[in-house]
Ligand binder design. Structure first.
Ligand code: GUN
Ligand code: ZN
Length: 435
């Protein structure tokens, strides 16, 4: 056993969805708290005096001033291969894919390129306090292999997959139903549950897969019951019309995925901007989750995610940055934009709900809440140290904040990578600002 280490600061972590358990029961907050970590896991947490009384007197203790410790952020939708094309001008989804995304993804045929970008991407996640993400690769098997190697080296809990795409994209990015199936299977055998790595079967979206390919995607999920599924759903009006033309037999976009057996407890659908009540009901009924990608939906002009509707239907919701259509790696900035998306629909995003969505909500959607998502004793020690005084403006505003609610709201409005002082993965500090 490694020597336990104690961290003293204000500590906040999420205990449940405020919409289900109420605000009070949804979190624990210790204005002067201590978190004890050993062997990559949380060993103790609570008010400083109480926790320290339970520890050996000589325990190594790190003390933070003007900091808030919380659990590592969980990003349930992002593309590592779009890191270097973030902020590409002027288009909505389908033209953005053709003009920018596909040419960029072509570069990942080169495994050295893939490895370099994977490293850059993972380090950028850490700079932003994100410790778990559900990640799209490209169609290239070796690119996803390189991604998992880089993630495994850092011991980060990542879920990723090779894109399945056998039509309606340039030839240089296409696989076939058989090669996509075989490549995915090989990656599952090599990486799923290897250390902290997990695999997601990854059909890009309905328009770029033939029915044959979607059938084989469903077969993979049937063959491996704890493998994930990630795809895009109902993001853009033209995309939705296209899906209706391509799959006239099916009763809407979600029904296409449903028909091929792609819904389930480990399935995450990104965007889900334009859904009806029946589709929400079906998502709920199958235990599927949706990823709310606020910066991306605004950037591509896709539409406004209706959180209240998903809450009414009891659907699992989490946050995604969706870089490179998303404009920030920061879950704090994603909360900021989510707040504004909801404002435009006369809905409110309470900061405790926002922090829940970015941590435990993500873990619950990914069925990983027994391991990550908060800092309960026994969980994997993925956590961040946020600097409440990261900038002069932030310091001044925090001095004028009178309670936790206000502090959290300022963090989610003004915060980004500048507030992430340190990021810990499995108990190890992998990012220290200005280090
Ligand atoms: N739909 C299909 N592919 C993509 C993608 O790469 N990004 C986004 N935002 N939507 C998609
Ligand atoms: Zn996406």
């Amino acid at each position: 056993m490694t020597q336990p280490k104690a961290y003293r600061a204000a500590i906040l972590h999420s205990l449940g969805d405020p919409a289900r358990v109420g605000l009070e029961a949804s979190h624990a907050y210790y204005p002067d708290g201590v978190l004890v970590v050993a062997d990559g896991h949380v060993r103790d947490i609570g008010p400083a005096e109480e926790v320290l009384a339970r520890q050996p007197a000589d325990i190594e203790l790190v003390r933070f001033e003007h900091k808030l410790i919380t659990s590592g952020f969980v990003d349930t939708h992002i593309h590592f291969t779009q890191t270097e094309m973030i902020a590409s001008y002027g288009e909505q989804l389908l033209d953005w894919l053709n003009n920018y995304t596909f040419p960029e993804e072509r570069k990942f045929a080169d495994p050295d390129h893939a490895r370099r970008v994977a490293g850059l991407f993972l380090d950028e996640l850490l700079r932003n306090g994100t410790t778990t993400a559900m990640v799209f690769g490209t169609v290239h098997k070796a690119a996803v292999d390189a991604f998992f190697s880089e993630s495994d080296q850092r011991n980060m809990r990542m879920i990723a997959g090779k894109v399945l795409m056998d039509r309606h994209a340039p030839d240089y990015l296409l696989d076939t139903p058989e090669s996509g199936y075989a490549d995915s299977k090989e990656l599952i055998e090599r990486w799923h549950n290897q250390g902290r790595q997990l695999y997601a079967v990854t059909p890009r979206f309905a328009p770029t897969s033939t029915p044959e390919q979607l059938t084989l995607a469903g077969r993979l999920l049937a063959e491996y019951d704890d493998v994930y599924m990630q795809t895009h759903l109902s993001e853009n009006r033209k995309e939705i019309e296209w899906v209706a033309e391509l799959f006239p037999e099916q009763n809407g976009y979600l029904d296409v995925y449903d028909h091929f057996g792609l819904l389930g407890e480990r399935s995450i659908f990104a965007h889900a901007v334009h859904l009806d009540d029946h589709e929400c009901e079906r998502l709920h009924g199958t235990g599927s989750g949706v990823s709310f990608c606020a910066t991306s939906n605004l950037f591509l002009g896709s539409g406004l995610f209706n959180l209240a509707r998903f809450e009414r239907h009891g659907v699992n919701v989490s946050l995604g940055t969706d870089v490179g259509a998303g404009t920030s790696f920061s879950l704090l900035q994603t909360m900021n934009e989510a707040y504004k998306v909801l404002q435009l629909q006369q809905q409110k995003l309470h900061p405790l709900k926002a922090f829940y969505l970015a941590t435990l909500g993500g873990a619950e959607s990914l069925r990983l809440a027994d391991r990550i998502g908060n800092l309960e004793v026994g969980k994997e020690a993925d956590f961040v140290v946020l600097d409440l005084h990261a900038t002069p403006l932030m310091q001044a505003r925090m001095n004028n904040a009178h309670n936790l609610f206000e502090q959290l709201f300022v963090l989610m409005m003004l915060g980004d990578d500048r507030v992430v002082a340190e990021t810990y993965v499995y108990g190890n500090c992998l990012h220290r600002k200005n280090a």
